[in-house]
Design a protein around this ligand. Structure first.
Ligand code: D5M
Ligand code: MN
Length: 495
């Protein structure tokens, strides 16, 4: 999970912060990270088939805490498996199965506490669990989206598009993707550790100030990441030294290949190149155009891209193509990200069990077919709750809810002018795609959709839910959403 050895070396630049630093700002949440943490406390139930929703309680508790501190959460869940991660996923699956077997054996032998430890490593987080959490989040008026592939890349996209100001996660991949501000180890009281991209140049013993984003990604790949197992005998510091010296993939690979100390095969070049391109161009959901996009604009003149396109014109390793209406259905939580089946039909069941309406292959779908649209949208219940604006061009966020209003950035619009203090205060300069140096701001603005040129709307919360409930004096609901801070001091232990 993540970049091997990266978080511990960044410890000197981790700032102890409290989440209230991000009051009135939008903060992205790596949903699976909280699902994993929440599942830890109910692993026995999850692994033995006892119905439980305790992982949900954990999630909602954290959300309530953010709302208490006026932070606007944007929850992002992982979608379908990325081809580049198949080996990592297979290793994880084998490990889970091994621990499940071990746990069941220990349970039979009446060693419950040891069994629970095994089950904690055996839990499989499913899209249906994410869906159940989403349903509750949506009723709370929280923005929630399912990425077509990795939540990491989707969060980076939101960051580059200035939609969020920081990400809460435990995954060091977010650093390689180029996210500006990442909050790790956030405890239940809101204490955590912030790693800012602008400080990466200040890491002692791992000088990154002259590293470009490509170099940071290359270092991550040869040290070991989810897309490439790394070069044996090369830790993060040696990886850093090598990239500092040789700078590009071609030169680094040539050096590795010609040094018998490193057992690098010729076919590793392609794997490393694909890993590099996946960090740069992974497919994400463009919530404004409602279709797939590349994380950063694809440079077909890039020799690596050019050579990959010759063998794989669709660049499927960046995430296979998905028809627009399906990708929208996935993003909004209507369709299962892997099977494309309706999530509602499967509710409460194993998502892999066939439902009455099954999308089997993309060739059955025509984006213009009236039927396909009806089929994928007909059974939506959860989103009936929300009013979608008729003019989709003005919808720039993920889900509209009764607590949200569309207003242009920089004031104007309805509730915005009334409640100036509640507008999101962007730190615009740092939220751009990391095309150039690490620890420095990119000069080129992110590419925008056509309609974006004239009018850039951002969905802003009118008020957060706690305010709304206060104003309506809805005591019961307020109590349900109420968060009471507790003292907690979580030490950083970096991974
Ligand atoms: O991991 C997605 C998120 O889920 C990331 O924040 C880490 C978390 N995760 C993944 N696997 C585990 C396990 N086994 N325990 C705890 N947390 C986990 P990604 O690596 O992007 O797939
Ligand atoms: Mn990751």
């Amino acid at each position: 999970m993540g970049i091997q050895g990266l978080l511990p070396v960044l410890r000197p630049i981790s700032e102890a912060i409290h989440i209230k630093l991000f009051a009135r700002k939008r903060v992205g949440i790596d949903g699976y990270s909280w699902l994993h943490k929440g599942a830890f406390g109910c692993a026995l139930e999850l692994c033995t088939g006892v119905p439980t929703s305790r992982y949900l309680d954990y999630f909602i508790e954290r959300i309530k805490m953010l709302l208490y501190y006026d932070v606007v959460p944007v929850v992002v869940f992982d979608g379908a498996r990325l081809p580049m991660k198949s080996e990592t996923e297979a290793t994880r699956r084998e490990s889970r199965e091994m621990y499940l077997e071990k746990g069941n054996k220990l349970l039979k032998e009446n060693h419950q506490s040891h069994a629970v430890e095994c089950f904690q490593r055996a839990v499989n987080i499913t899209p249906m669990m994410a869906h159940k959490v989403s349903q509750v989040l949506m009723t709370m008026g929280i923005d929630v989206i399912v990425a077509p592939y990795e939540a990491d890349a989707q969060l980076a996209w939101f960051c580059f598009q200035n939609e969020i100001d920081a990400v809460i996660t435990e995954d060091s991949d977010l650093i390689a993707y180029g996210v500006n501000r990442i909050i790790y180890k956030m405890g239940r009281s809101g204490d955590g550790f912030l790693i800012s991209r602008k400080n990466l140049g200040a890491v002692e013993g791992l000088a990154l100030s002259h590293f470009t984003q490509d170099m940071l990604q290359l270092m991550s790949i040869i040290a070991g990441c989810d897309f490439f197992p790394g070069v044996r005998g090369l830790g993060i510091k040696k990886a850093h030294e090598m990239v500092k010296r040789y700078r590009t993939l071609d030169r680094v690979f040539w050096h590795l290949r010609n040094n018998p100390k490193f057992q690098v095969e010729q076919q590793d070049f392609e794997k490393m190149a694909k890993a590099l391109l996946t960090f740069k161009y992974q497919r994400v959901y463009d919530h404004r155009c409602k279709k797939l996009a590349y994380l950063t604009p694809l440079l077909e003149s890039d020799p690596l891209v050019h050579s990959m396109m010759k063998v794989d014109p669709n660049l499927s390793f960046l995430g296979p193509l998905i028809p627009n209406e399906i990708v929208e259905g996935i993003a909004l939580g209507r369709l299962h990200p892997c099977t494309w089946e309706s999530m509602e039909e499967n509710d409460g069941c194993n998502p892999r069990v066939k439902s009455s309406r099954t999308w089997t292959s993309s060739k059955n779908l025509s984006t213009n077919s009236p039927n396909s649209k009806t089929n994928c949208c007909s059974r939506i219940r959860i989103l009936d709750f929300f009013q979608k604006p008729k003019n989709s061009a003005s919808l720039t966020s993920i889900v509209t809810s009764p607590w949200m209003s569309v207003m242009p950035v920089g004031g104007g619009g309805g509730g915005g002018s009334k409640r100036k203090t509640e507008q999101r205060e962007h730190v615009q300069d740092e939220n751009k795609a990391p095309a150039h140096s690490v620890g420095m701001d990119s000069k080129s603005p992110p590419k925008k959709c056509k309609k974006e040129h004239l009018e850039r709307n951002v969905l802003q919360p009118k008020t957060n839910i706690v305010h709304r409930l206060w104003s309506e004096r809805n005591v019961d609901l307020l109590d349900a959403f109420c968060y009471r801070p507790k003292e907690e001091n979580v030490p950083i232990d970096g991974r």
